[in-house]
Every structure is written in C-alpha cells, then in structure tokens.
Ligand binder design. Structure first.
Ligand SMILES: Cc1ncc(COP(=O)(O)O)c(C=O)c1O
Length: 352
C-alpha cells in the first residue's frame, strides 16, 4: 500500500518553489544560526544510544518534571509520531483524530492496517465542545486518540476542561507549539504521551531534534522500532539540541516578542479587510483566516501576482481557509501584508 502525496510539503517544495520572495507560510520562528552554539561542541561522532543520550533525555524530562525513562529523543516530532503509529498500531485498530489537521495523522495509520476516525473542528464556536465530541468518538477499537494542541492550522488550544473527558484511552498530543510543559497533556490525562521538538518555537527545525514523553512501556516499544529504522540520532545534532535547551529561556523570550509584535501589526492590518476572517490564535505563530474563495486558487494567485507565499488550508483539509504566519520580522510581515492586501483588495473592488 502506498501513501498519498504529502500535501503541505508538495505545496512548499514542488508547487510554490521558486515562485515567492516573501514567505508568510513558515510554521514557526525564523531559523536561528548554530554558530553561537558551536564553541561548546566536543562531540565524538560515534553511534548514539538508541533512545537518545542520557543528558538530552534528562534535559527534556526536566521540562515535564518527569524521568529520563519516560523520554525518547527522535528526529523531530514527525519521527516521534511515526514511531508511535508503527510500534503500537495493529490491523483493525482505530485512531481518533481531528480534521482539519496534520496529514500524517490522517493518512499514515492506514499503512499499518488501522483506520482513522475524524472529528471535525467546529470553527463556528471555536471548538469549545471539541473535547467532549472527540472523547465521544472513542470506541472499543480505538487504540489511540491523537490531538494537536495548540493546533495546526486553526491555532486553537484545548483548555484543561477540554482534556477532562479523556480517560482509559491512550491520548497522544502533538505539542509542537506548547511553550509551557506544565500545561502538557501528560499532567492532565493519565498514561498520555506528549510529542514536541525544537522546530517551531525555538527556530531549529534543521537540528531534527524532537521527543516523545510518556509511559516507559510505550517508550520501549518505540525504541525497538527505531532500531529497525535510523538506529540512533546523530550525537552532533543532539549536542547542539542540548545547547539550545540550555538557552531555552532566551529563545522563548525572542519567540514571545515576535508573536506580540507580529500580532499587533496583523490585527491592525486585518481590520481593513473584511473578506479575510481571522480566528484569533491561542498560542500559535500563525493565524487561520476564512476566505470567500478556494484557498488553493488564492494562494496560487498570490504567488503569480505578488510572489507571496501563504499556506492554503487545502493541505490540512480546510479549503476555505488560509494560514498566515504573523510571527515574522515586522518589515517582512508588513511587506507581505501589503502584497496580500493588493490581491484581496482587488477582489473587493471587482465585486458588483
Ligand atoms: C502539527 C505538526 N506536527 C508535526 C510536525 C513535524 O515537525 P518536526 O518533525 O520538525 O518537529 C509539524 C511541522 O510542521 C507540525 O506542524
């Protein structure tokens, strides 16, 4: 069985490649240089231990107030999620997930003989009943519920109350955008798993440094699967990742400032464009906006006319929405919004 084309990557690397010079589609903080971290590197380039070096697992465990036995260091959140599906799913199992959402969750479980049952976000009421509705979809066949909070692409975040209905099922939360791990699912749902990485908030996607945190039996199953795939992480990238974790507060402060400055600029600009209806983000560096035309068409027109890159909601299963990254340096954001304004402004002018 083959897997379908990965729509977000296809959009970025195939369809849009070479057609833009302003990027408001990036899904996290702009990438940082590793130069300031290199002075600390004394790494020996041997094989790393399969679950990640103890010192790196300790640093991640500290974020969650747990133990290294509960941590597996992975190649990004993407590998952590892959290992969970590969190691835990059996034919006939069911995964409960949300749509719109991250394509891996929606399409990959099939590859292991499982099915994905989806529960739609109710964007009309900001999904306030999303927890209850998702928990109600759980059946005796459900092997895991996969959440993504804060969510890509809607920007919505589950409250503690929305997590309350989950009991007696394995809950995995993709917490790529969480900045405070005291709010992690692992502190709210017994036996649950958190997945995250240095990619989005910290601006180091190229280190491919991610993790999963959860019950040690689940960690062990994933470690065994890892032995069949990548064997171990690169110790060099792990050491760089550790240096990032040690400077976490500095990177977090920069990220928070980007969000605050960018949101001010975006909210001010958006007031003049009623044809874009933003959902106020609850802790993500992008904002999801409802539009009146297929977002794929709009995004292609933006590339052709203005060399501006946005993320069409189609890639997440939300064709009536576009995702706009507002946590960008103010000059770049302003330039991007000017370009967007020229195209959506034209639509307004063309209305009868
Ligand atoms: C919701 C979500 N999960 C997982 C990933 C994978 O990211 P990484 O493997 O770099 O941590 C992404 C990247 O865009 C994402 O948006």
């Amino acid at each position: 069985m083959t897997v379908p084309a990965y729509r977000s990557q296809e959009w970025l690397f195939d369809v849009a490649a070479g057609r833009y010079d302003v990027d408001l589609a990036v899904s996290g903080m702009e990438s940082h240089s590793v130069e300031p971290l290199l002075a600390e590197m004394t790494t020996k380039a041997g094989y790393d231990i399969d679950r990640g070096a103890h010192k790196v697992r300790e640093a991640v465990a500290e974020l969650y107030r747990t133990n290294p036995e509960n941590v597996l260091i992975t190649h990004g959140a993407q590998e952590a999620l892959y290992l969970l599906y590969a190691a835990l799913l059996e034919p006939g199992d069911e995964v409960v997930a949300r749509t719109p959402g991250w394509q891996q969750t929606l399409d990959l479980p099939k590859r292991f003989g499982a099915t994905t049952k989806t529960v739609e976000y109710d964007l009309g009421d900001l999904d306030v009943h999303g927890g209850v509705r998702t928990a109600a979809a759980v059946s005796e066949k459900t092997r895991m519920v996969v959440l993504n909070s804060p969510h890509n692409p809607t920007g919505l975040t589950f409250t503690d109350d929305q997590l309350a209905p989950f009991r007696d099922t394995l809950v995995v939360n993709d917490e790529e955008y969480l900045t405070d791990f005291d709010r992690s699912v692992v502190h709210h749902v017994p036996g649950s798993v958190s997945v995250s990485s240095l990619s989005k908030v910290y601006g180091f996607p190229g280190l491919r440094l991610g993790w999963l945190v959860g019950p040690s039996e689940i960690v062990e199953k994933c470690v065994n699967y890892r032995r069949y795939t990548t064997i171990s992480n690169s110790p060099l990238l792990e050491d760089l990742g550790l240096a990032v974790l040690r400077r976490r507060e500095t990177y977090l402060a920069e990220y928070r400032q980007r969000l605050a400055d960018g949101w001010r600029v975006f909210a001010d600009w958006a007031g003049g464009f009623p044809q874009l209806r933003p959902i106020e983000p609850q802790g993500t560096p992008y904002v999801c906006c409802q539009v009146d035309r297929p977002s794929w068409d709009l995004c292609n027109e933006l590339l052709d006319r203005e060399r501006l890159l946005l993320m069409p909601g189609d890639v997440f299963g939300a064709p009536g929405y576009v995702r706009i990254s507002y946590a960008r340096p103010v000059d770049l954001l302003t330039e991007g919004l000017d370009r967007l304004g020229r195209v959506v402004g034209l639509e307004l002018a063309e209305l009868p």
